[in-house]
Write a protein that binds this ligand. Structure first.
Ligand SMILES: *[C@@H]1O[C@H](CO)[C@@H](O)[C@H](O)[C@H]1NC(C)=O
Ligand SMILES: *[C@@H]1O[C@H](CO)[C@@H](O)[C@H](O)[C@H]1NC(C)=O
Ligand SMILES: *[C@@H]1O[C@H](CO)[C@@H](O)[C@H](O)[C@H]1NC(C)=O
Ligand SMILES: *[C@@H]1O[C@H](CO)[C@@H](O)[C@H](O)[C@H]1NC(C)=O
Ligand SMILES: *[C@@H]1O[C@H](CO)[C@@H](O)[C@H](O)[C@H]1NC(C)=O
Ligand SMILES: *[C@@H]1O[C@H](CO)[C@@H](O)[C@H](O)[C@H]1NC(C)=O
Ligand SMILES: *[C@@H]1O[C@H](CO)[C@@H](O)[C@H](O)[C@H]1NC(C)=O
Ligand SMILES: *[C@@H]1O[C@H](CO)[C@@H](O)[C@H](O)[C@H]1NC(C)=O
Length: 458
């Protein structure tokens, strides 16, 4: 989060003197990546760039995505942000905006924008999933610009080589060769097709995974090996995303394997883009909120090959040094929920419901509360709530510190009663002991709580 914004948001809770000190102390840029939290740009506005595509130009990263601020799945804009550190993002003009009377009007679909640079034409080329409102046209769209953020000129939408294309990505290989990766034939067959030398069209399918039912593709090349990442098809709901590898982009592809423990549904996320980081990578996923699309979160995690296969490194907070190709995961202090005081209708969940050896607390909200004592350092600190939400949609929980106002924290569905996910929230903790109350003053049920982890990184 932008530090000044954090201060302004804290204004209602803290005295003006604290606010002043906070602003004076926080002119530093942010350094933490906080998956699942609300992310703000350098102007303090929520980042709206779902279905991520990243373009690297020199030492600058450009982040393209779907602006879903209006909580609608129809096209409003492809946003464009830039950053030199992958953490602090400045918003620019929109890269692509609706055009009435075309297939990218406000009643159409534009998803998963990906931009690559065409050296031959000295031109930036954007590819995206282009569709009508019932996903029946299943096309790709292409647009071009002379500068990274454009605005881009729309060239048109079409079915590549006459076949359907829904979720897609673009992979640029060495030797100016690029490929379209796409879910085709009613999302049954997954295809890879080579682009023409202008990057305006595809020329031939080089690989087809018949019956693979893949979506949300991304590709990385590492020591001459191609790694394809993709989800399966379950709408906005998360599923266990997979990897495949091959020494030739035409295959043969390995059989599929998980990039995260299967029961976490890829930590409640779906792949959108995968950015190389040294000998590892950054997994950039979406944690969709299907009832409130603009509230969907960015689930970016290190993707490590330390065990030989790409695996997501779960982290509440982490830092990245792109030039060095390294990342570092923060560690905090863990407070088990079972050690708190249960109030009202909340209940211990029993020995079948544990995480890290500690029992969970359920029936929070709707009269149930959990009061816990946690230590602070006198700063806006990240407090991560480990919970389970077996519903098919998000829940909310409230959290109040030292009798202060209730902060509402969104809890994405976790896929089951035993699937635990964490959501970090930034709260002012005074030095020493603090009392937090979870689930108070809400009529709806919150997720089951397992633990709270408090961090001193700010
Ligand atoms: C959208 O694309 C379809 C399929 O190519 C075409 O039939 C239709 O005319 C296009 N609509 C507009 C408004 O251009
Ligand atoms: C793309 O190439 C195919 C096959 O050569 C051709 O039929 C089609 O018209 C081209 N589409 C566009 C948009 O250029
Ligand atoms: C990759 O496979 C294709 C299709 O089998 C083949 O034509 C091509 O030569 C292979 N490339 C390399 C580098 O082996
Ligand atoms: C790919 O697999 C097919 C079917 O098993 C086999 O016929 C073909 O030789 C394989 N190709 C390569 C390059 O290994
Ligand atoms: C939680 O409570 C148990 C039992 O009272 C105690 O042994 C343990 O130290 C407590 N853990 C923490 C992290 O407070
Ligand atoms: C725990 O789960 C097992 C297996 O489903 C079940 O047999 C047992 O009764 C459960 N125990 C409790 C305390 O609910
Ligand atoms: C959670 O809270 C937000 C903000 O207060 C609200 O917009 C949203 O509808 C709530 N979601 C649920 C599932 O109650
Ligand atoms: C909010 O919840 C707290 C803790 O349960 C309770 O003391 C307080 O009276 C509640 N406030 C309101 C306005 O209901």
């Amino acid at each position: 989060m932008n530090a000044i914004t954090a201060c302004l948001r804290a204004r209602a809770l803290t005295a003006w003197l604290v606010l002043l000190v906070c602003i004076l102390k926080s002119v530093d840029a942010q350094s933490l990546i906080v998956p699942g939290a609300l992310w703000y740009d350098t102007d303090g506005n929520e980042i709206q760039a779902h279905g991520t595509g990243i373009l690297t130009v020199g030492s600058t990263f450009y982040w393209f995505g779907e602006d879903k601020a209006n909580n609608n799945y129809l096209f409003s804009a492809v946003s464009c942000y830039s950053s030199t550190d992958l953490v602090n993002w400045a918003r620019h003009n929109d890269a692509l905006t609706p055009l009435a009377g075309t297939n990218i009007s406000t009643s159409d679909i534009v998803e998963r924008p990906k931009v690559i640079y065409n050296e031959k034409n000295e031109e930036y080329v954007m590819w995206f999933h282009s569709d009508n409102s019932d996903y029946g046209l299943a096309m790709v769209g292409v647009a071009t610009a002379d500068t990274p953020c454009g605005p881009y000129s729309y060239r048109g939408s079409f079915n590549p080589l006459g076949a359907q294309s829904r979720d897609e990505s673009i992979f640029q290989d060495a030797a100016r060769t690029a490929y379209l990766l796409y879910a085709s034939d009613n999302n049954q067959d997954f295809k890879i097709a080579r682009l023409d030398s202008n990057y305006y069209n595809v020329t031939e399918v080089v690989s087809e995974m018949t019956g693979a039912t893949l979506e949300a593709p991304g590709m990385l090349k590492r020591d001459g090996v191609y790694w394809l990442l993709a989800s399966h098809t379950s709408g906005w709901a998360p599923n266990p995303n997979k990897y495949f590898y091959a020494t030739n982009i035409s295959g043969n592809w390995s059989s599929q394997a998980d990039i995260a423990p299967e029961d976490t549904d890829t930590y409640s996320s779906q792949n959108a883009y995968d950015l190389p980081l040294g000998s590892d990578a950054i997994y950039m996923g979406d944690r969709w909120d299907s009832n409130l699309l603009g509230n969907s979160r960015y689930a970016w995690y290190p993707l490590s090959w330390s065990t030989g296969d790409p695996q997501i490194v779960y982290a509440d907070l982490w830092t990245v040094d792109y030039e060095a190709g390294t990342y570092s995961v923060a560690t905090g202090t863990t407070y088990p929920a079972v050690n708190g005081t249960l109030g009202g209708s909340s209940e211990l969940l029993g020995s079948n419901y544990t995480y890290n050896g500690y029992e969970g607390v359920g029936y929070l909200g709707n009269g149930g509360t959990l009061t816990m004592t946690i230590d602070g350092i006198g700063a806006e600190q990240w407090v991560s709530l480990y919970y389970a939400n077996a519903d098919s949609s998000w829940r909310n929980t409230t959290i109040s510190v030292n009798g202060g106002s209730n902060v509402v924290v969104g809890q994405a569905n976790t896929g089951g009663v035993h699937a635990i996910l964490s959501v970090p929230v930034q709260l002012y903790l005074k030095p020493g002991s603090n009392t937090i109350i979870i689930g108070a003053n809400q009529t709806d049920y919150a997720g089951d709580m397992y633990q709270v982890v408090v961090y001193t990184e700010t």
